[in-house]
Design a protein around this ligand. Structure first.
Ligand code: ATP
Ligand code: MG
Length: 373
């Protein structure tokens, strides 16, 4: 029998990176605005947000390539003020890979080891180990120019891993790869991180990448951290509309707060009636009684024939879009200012539902999330 379990956690509770009130200003512009966060030892942590939100800025300051205007950064318990990049227990993999075209794979990987002057074949052993970790064994003598994009990415990874950093910083490492290869590398990178147990900090603007790979995610907008949580919590319990919207499709329904206490909210909505939901930790009432209720398109299910559900809404299909494994329906519900988006897998004939048909949709009240406006 399949049992439902909480997903396992491999990392410890010890902080490997502590960022306290860090601001990076360029004149009056704040690329990073008073950011605080702690990344745990052994954690796969992602910084997720749209272009220009300050992800690279934060990563470069952890690496030591840039200095905070104010605030402090500690790695492995040590304050990093004044410590240059090459003396930090961190290593960075750049988006552009920055591998040397005139050197072969082994020489590229061994590059940073030269200054350690390792004895008795140790350098060679470490290079071979790093190449094995990224599945490049046997390609050591290839020139960097004779590699595919995915292989170059692996060389860049091996070159960082060979230094045995405590923290690996990855700035959009997969963005140059095509979709298939990127998905394959996401799985490999996650496996690699679990095998080596190093703390990984990944910068990405791809929400699916962050959701698929991370233990926790910090979502950033305009230099500020909006939410830090596990992928599931970020996706299912976004703290506001901006986070919800960035993490995929979300139906937003206007709501009126009727009752608010420590743990829950009672909201009045037109389409969904009166609902009671968990009050998000970060819920801050914006003056009046207005709020937003959200529900993801895949949490609405088509009710076929005479099937009923404890919680349902009724309406009419106004659009249908076919995507192979899923169908996307747009459903008008009386009283709702905007039609609902619904996604259904195509195993029950959702791809044949006619536009114009009356439809009933079931939902689990657990899937309803209250958000501050
Ligand atoms: N040297 C600089 N001088 C002035 N502004 C800068 C400088 N470096 C970065 N910025 C600004 O700081 C903001 C954050 O930049 P950053 O590179 O951290 O963004 P990002 O989140 O990594 O974006 P992307 O996903 O596009 O890489 C941007 O608005 C950028 O223009
Ligand atoms: Mg960037």
């Amino acid at each position: 029998m399949l049992e439902r379990v909480q997903s396992e956690r491999t990392q410890s509770d010890r902080a490997m990176i502590e960022i306290r009130d860090v601001t990076r200003s360029y004149g009056s512009f704040k690329a990073l605005d008073n950011a605080s966060l702690a990344i745990r030892e052994g954690e796969f942590f992602s910084l997720l947000g749209p272009s220009g939100c300050g992800k690279t800025t934060l990563l470069r300051m952890i690496a030591g390539f840039d200095t905070p205007t104010s605030g402090s950064i500690a790695v492995d318990g040590q304050p990093m003020d004044g410590i240059p990049a090459n003396r930090r227990p961190t290593n960075m993999v750049f988006q552009s890979y920055a591998i040397f075209p005139h050197l072969d794979v082994e020489q590229n990987v061994a590059y940073g080891l030269k200054r350690l002057k390792l004895q008795g074949g140790e350098e060679k052993r470490r290079v071979e180990e790093a190449l094995a970790q990224v599945s490049l064994t046997g390609l050591g003598k290839r020139r960097a120019t004779e590699l595919s994009g995915g292989q170059r990415q692996r060389v860049a990874l091996a070159r960082a891993l060979v230094m045995r950093p405590k923290v690996l910083l990855l700035d959009e490492p997969l963005s140059a790869l095509d979709k298939k290869l990127r998905e394959q590398m996401q799985v490999e990178l996650r496996r690699l991180q679990q095998a080596v147990g190093i703390t990984f900090v990944l910068v990405t603007h791809d929400q699916y990448e962050a959701l698929a790979m991370s233990d926790r995610i910090a979502v950033m907008f305009g230099g500020r951290i909006a939410q830090i949580a596990s992928p599931k919590e970020i996706y299912q319990r976004p703290v506001n509309r901006q986070v919800a919207d960035f993490l995929g499709g979300m139906n937003f329904v206007r709501a009126e707060i009727v009752e608010e206490n420590g743990a829950s909210l009672v909201l009045d909505t037109l389409g969904f009636g009166r609902v009671k939901t968990d009050k998000p930790k970060a819920f801050v009432r914006n003056g009046g009684g207005a709020a937003t209720l959200g529900i993801r398109p895949e949490r609405l299910r088509v009710l076929w024939d005479n099937a009923t559900a404890k919680f349902e809404v009724a309406g009419k299909v106004v659009e249908r879009h076919y995507f192979g494994e899923i169908t996307h329906l747009i459903v008008e519900i009386p009283g709702l200012e905007k039609p609902l988006s619904v996604t259904e897998t195509n195993d029950f004939g959702a791809d044949d539902i006619p536009v114009g048909a009356p439809i009933r949709l079931a939902y689990d009240p657990e899937a309803l999330v209250a958000m501050a406006d």
